[in-house]
Design a protein around this ligand. Structure first.
Ligand SMILES: Cc1cc2nc3c(=O)[nH]c(=O)nc-3n(C[C@H](O)[C@H](O)[C@H](O)COP(=O)(O)OP(=O)(O)OC[C@H]3O[C@@H](n4cnc5c(N)ncnc54)[C@H](O)[C@@H]3O)c2cc1C
Length: 490
């Protein structure tokens, strides 16, 4: 069975890694003079490649290399790509793919760099960073976004037109990684996932062809890219996405004592099933270092008034919250409140997920709470965060999307903070929490959310019923499995 396993990935790239290593040392010699171009017929010509780019190429000896390849999670800082390409435009992306393919170099794309498993960096291979391709334009309700744009930039731009997008909340997450894996957030129930609203994408496939895929052109690739996660079918350079109104939102934040925890989970489940689609709320069950649990729901109403949504949740829980806050926020106040500001600092963490196929029974709720409680007793900074689906997320968008969890109740994320550079023992503690979480909800788990991908789980965990068709699309557009380093569809 194919696994999302970094070691497998590196092993799979073994011969390619050797080629990249050779290439890098030859590049240093090449800088000494033109004759170096002929040093080895099979060696990549890094100098000529660098000259062909509008953007920049960093090799390990280049000034600035050390900071050129970093991801959001400092845990991956020690992964050293053999080359980092900072693409300035789609033509650079095309050149990089053609160069890597011709020279048998493993290539991984990077946008915002938030991959949970460090999939946007690669030891000794080529990291293709589209971060500089971040232009934005708007007309007639449709935004065109360069694939390197971050979520905060997208929202700040759209705010000028009174528009918004359903996205996640972290300001520095890249639109590309988010949208290709689905994209869940406060608007999921009212407007669907980010991927559902994509109208077309500029994509460079493994053969170097630039395509503009949509429901009408390469519809199978369009379907596949909407939910399969980044890095496995091509490098997206731009998105055209249908926007939503950037209205005021009503917010509620309700806290209950730990003694009500099971009732809150039950109430949240009813809320996820039967609240109007204008209401959304995610449940946070946080381990506190004194061994207790902190329980709250953060929610919104797209009507602008959250009072009724909060009251409905309290009626489902069966008790009034011990701490209540109800506010109204403008579009950008909401964006910065949810994102904790306009940017977010690099953070160490280990996380995973389960997609809940339906409301959990009492025993499973007890087991879920027990998993977080065990972490609290061990002073592990862990959380279970339950995001609701339902509403528009149940509907297939026009043109279809491979995102497979339309009938699910919601997604539970198992999140554990770690030091920036965790020891093996610290990672083991975090992994134990995640494994315990999976075990607790096993009877209700339909799989995992690909944007919260973990190592060591089967591919079918993330794609469910979409897997066979995804594999067919993969064979058609990437028969040699060029994009194979993080998602093993091939
Ligand atoms: C702090 C934090 C908060 C988050 N909040 C949310 C949330 O609210 N909702 C939600 O749904 N998700 C959320 N996520 C998960 C996030 O959506 C995924 O981690 C996503 O893959 C990150 O995208 P990126 O572009 O930032 O990451 P990257 O690491 O750059 O890319 C992720 C994957 O996509 C590939 N890729 C990157 N660019 C391209 C491209 N142009 N074309 C093709 N493939 C590409 C990479 O190779 C990698 O496999 C959060 C993650 C973090 C760390």
């Amino acid at each position: 069975m194919s696994q999302f396993d970094r070691r497998t990935v590196l092993k799979a790239g073994g011969t390619l890694v050797a080629a990249a290593l050779t290439s890098c040392s030859d590049a240093k010699k090449a800088s000494a003079g033109p004759a170096a171009d002929t040093l080895a017929a099979a060696a990549p010509n890094w100098n000529s490649f660098a000259r062909s780019l509008t953007g920049r190429l960093y090799l390990p000896a280049s000034p600035g290399y050390a900071s050129s390849h970093l991801l959001f999670n400092p845990r991956w800082d020690t992964v050293q790509p053999g080359a980092v390409v900072k693409a300035a435009n789609a033509t650079d992306v095309q050149k990089a793919i053609n160069f890597a393919r011709a020279n048998k170099i493993v290539l991984v794309p990077k946008s915002g760099g938030h991959s949970y498993v460090g999939a946007s960096t690669i030891s000794k291979g080529m990291q293709l960073d589209v971060g500089a391709i971040r232009g934005l334009s708007y007309a007639n309700g449709v935004v065109t976004i360069g694939a390197g744009a971050h979520l905060y930039d997208v929202h700040a731009f759209l705010d000028k037109y009174g528009r918004s997008l359903p996205t996640g909340t972290c300001p520095t997450v890249g639109i590309a990684g988010l949208a290709l894996g689905g994209g869940m957030g406060i608007h999921t129930r009212a407007f669907g996932l980010t991927c559902d609203r994509i109208l077309s994408m500029g994509v460079i496939t493994a053969d170097g062809t630039a395509r503009n895929v949509s429901a009408a052109v390469d519809p199978d690739l369009f379907w596949a890219l909407r939910g399969s996660g980044g890095g496995n079918l091509g490098v997206v350079t731009s998105f055209r996405i249908s926007t939503i109104p950037g209205t005021k939102l009503g917010f509620f934040r309700l806290t209950w004592p730990e003694s009500q925890a099971a009732a809150v989970v039950r109430g949240w489940q009813r809320f996820a099933q039967s609240a109007p689609i204008t209401s959304w709320g995610n449940l946070h069950i946080d381990a506190v270092s004194n061994g207790t649990l902190s329980i709250h729901v953060l929610g919104i109403s797209t009507t602008g008034n959250a009072t009724a949504a909060a009251a409905q949740l309290e009626s489902f829980v069966g008790s009034r919250a011990s701490v209540r806050s109800i506010t109204v926020k403008t579009h950008m106040e909401a964006v910065t409140y949810l994102g904790g500001g306009t940017t977010s600092p690099r953070t160490g963490f280990l996380a995973g997920s389960d997609v809940l196929k339906g409301p959990m029974n009492a025993a499973t709720i007890t087991a879920l709470l027990g998993a977080v409680k065990a972490a609290a007793r061990a002073k592990t900074p862990a959380s279970a965060i339950l995001d609701p689906l339902g509403g528009q997320a149940t509907k297939q968008p026009a043109g279809g999307a491979s995102w497979p969890w339309r009938s699910a109740l919601g997604v539970v994320q198992w999140y554990c903070g770690t030091p920036a550079h965790p020891t093996t023992a610290q990672l083991k503690v975090a992994q134990t929490f995640i494994t315990n979480g999976h075990r607790a909800v096993r009877a209700y788990s339909a799989g995992g959310y690909v944007n919260y991908v973990e190592t060591g789980r089967s591919v079918s965990t993330y794609y469910g019923a979409s897997l066979p068709r995804l594999q067919t699309v993969k064979k058609k557009y990437d028969p040699a499995n060029f994009f194979h380093t993080s998602y093993t569809l091939g």
